[in-house]
Design a protein around this ligand. Structure first.
Ligand SMILES: NC(=O)c1ccc[n+]([C@@H]2O[C@H](COP(=O)([O-])OP(=O)(O)OC[C@H]3O[C@@H](n4cnc5c(N)ncnc54)[C@H](OP(=O)(O)O)[C@@H]3O)[C@@H](O)[C@H]2O)c1
Length: 263
């Protein structure tokens, strides 16, 4: 695929690196400054850079918009005259399809996505919604592009994108959980390095176990709580503090904030 990426910072750069892993992809970046991506010599041959975003769009079959949300309107208005057959995929947070279609002069082959931070290590989860003009072939392309940096879920209602905070905000919650595991480990005499390893491997190991066995979350939670055992004692304290309700309320507050910010 000939892919244009407008904006090559954290997210645009991560997407470029992921897409370059596939030998059939060639990428032109549209950015004010040359991107510095650590890629192999052979991948570099399939990567070019232009300061003219319109030229990038003219050359591409897929155009990825990866500028900050406050610059997306300016960029889409700039690209509008060049949009004829390209599939446009935006990763800009909070921008509705209606706004993007309007800024693109009524162009409707646009996909709104919300990737999360682990996309940068090819373990992201991107939720997406297509505008009315997106074809079945475009949808296949979208899924292929997004799958290059992790999982993808297409949603039927655009409002559902706001609920993707469940994956978008989750790295922060998981980090907070790991921070607590590590703090307690340090109290018990582990070094900072050991405590980090303990927290990382606990979360990674549990995730792999759940994914590989297919065990239900609730079942595993019960199975580990042996009657009279240590985990049960922990849950007694946690449940008294209504920790899961607190977490779920926090996620809903994040979703509400996404809805307020959307335009
Ligand atoms: N970072 C994440 O984990 C994450 C997660 C989900 C969604 N997103 C979305 O991804 C988008 C990019 O975020 P980011 O964190 O990657 O931001 P970023 O690191 O600031 O990258 C944005 C890039 O766009 C470039 N740029 C500015 N104006 C431009 C223009 N007119 N044409 C082309 N390029 C231009 C900037 O170049 P200069 O620095 O030279 O100005 C910068 O390299 C945002 O809309 C954000 O909502 C990010």
């Amino acid at each position: 695929m000939k892919i244009g990426i407008i904006g090559c910072g954290h997210m645009g750069g991560a997407i470029a690196k992921a897409l370059l892993l596939e030998a059939k992809n060639s990428i032109t970046v549209g950015a004010p400054r040359a991107p510095h991506l650590s890629v192999s010599a052979s991948q570099k041959k399939r990567l070019s850079w232009l300061t003219d975003n319109r030229e990038v769009a003219r050359k591409a079959e897929v155009v990825i918009i990866a500028v900050k949300p406050n610059l997306a309107e300016e960029v889409l208005r700039e690209l509008a005259p060049e949009l004829k057959k390209q599939l446009v995929i935006s990763v800009a947070a909070g921008l509705t399809l209606a706004s993007m279609v309007k800024w693109s002069g009524g162009y409707k082959r646009i996909v709104r996505t919300i990737p999360n931070l682990p996309a940068q290590v090819l373990e992201g989860l991107t939720v997406w919604k297509a505008a009315a003009g997106v074809t079945q072939a475009d949808k296949k392309k979208t899924a292929a592009v997004l799958a290059s940096f992790g999982g993808e879920i297409e949603v039927k209602r655009e409002r559902m994108i706001d609920w993707a905070v469940v994956s978008g905000s989750s790295p922060a919650f998981v980090a907070a959980f790991m921070e607590s595991l590590a703090r307690v480990a340090v109290k018990g005499g582990f070094s900072q390095k050991q405590a980090r390893q303990l927290a990382l491997q606990s979360v990674f190991g549990a995730t792999c176990y759940i994914a590989k066995t297919g065990v239900d979350f609730g079942e595993l939670k019960k199975a580990v709580q042996t009657k009279g055992g240590a985990t049960e004692a922990a849950f007694k304290v946690l449940n008294d503090k209504k920790w899961q309700q607190a977490l779920e309320s926090g996620l809903i507050a994040a979703k509400n904030r996404c809805q307020q910010m959307g335009k």
